[in-house]
Design a binder for this molecule. Structure first.
Ligand code: 5GP
Ligand code: ZN
Length: 141
């Protein structure tokens, strides 16, 4: 297992087994466990065992591994839990709704008529601003 020295982080404690969790998947780099406050039946969190603050800081190999596991879990939700769809998302930063500052991916099974709403109210931006935004991001990549 990756060395893990973060003493106060709750997901580091779960990764070290110091706090119990309902483990869905585990290997030497990745752990997945049921969310304690599930948004739907089977809501699972995928974490990298090593402390990483959020998705923007995650080394590529671990990012790939975490999303690989998230995809496997999503497939199992459809085939084994009867999910009709799945939301896979990760919040980065408090302003984005991240309440636990240890990178994690939410895998949320969706069921017809589950009543869960993840809405993105649209913002109207001028064409010029859309052009500028596209240029700024495109140049950085
Ligand atoms: P965030 O808001 O950071 O994107 O998501 C954090 C998630 O972690 C929340 O959905 C919350 O219910 C879950 N959570 C927080 N503390 C614990 C815990 O101690 N155990 C488990 N299993 N989930 C937790
Ligand atoms: Zn941590």
């Amino acid at each position: 297992m990756s060395e893990n020295k973060n003493t106060s982080c709750i997901f580091c404690k779960i990764a070290r087994g110091e706090i119990p969790s309902y483990k869905v998947y585990e290997d030497n780099e990745i752990l997945a466990f049921l969310d304690i406050n599930p948004a739907s039946r089977g809501h699972t969190l995928v974490v990298v065992k090593e402390h990483v603050d959020d998705v923007t800081k995650c080394p590529r190999h671990l990012l790939d591994r975490a999303f690989e596991v998230a995809q496997m879990i999503a497939q199992a939700m459809v085939s084994q839990l009867g999910a009709d769809g799945v939301n896979i998302l990760t919040n980065a930063g408090e302003v984005a709704g991240q309440s636990v500052p240890h990178f994690h991916i939410h895998v949320i099974p969706r069921y017809i008529n589950d009543g869960l709403k993840l809405t993105f109210p649209p913002k109207q931006l001028e064409n010029k601003e859309m052009e500028d935004l596209k240029d700024i991001l495109n140049k950085a990549l």
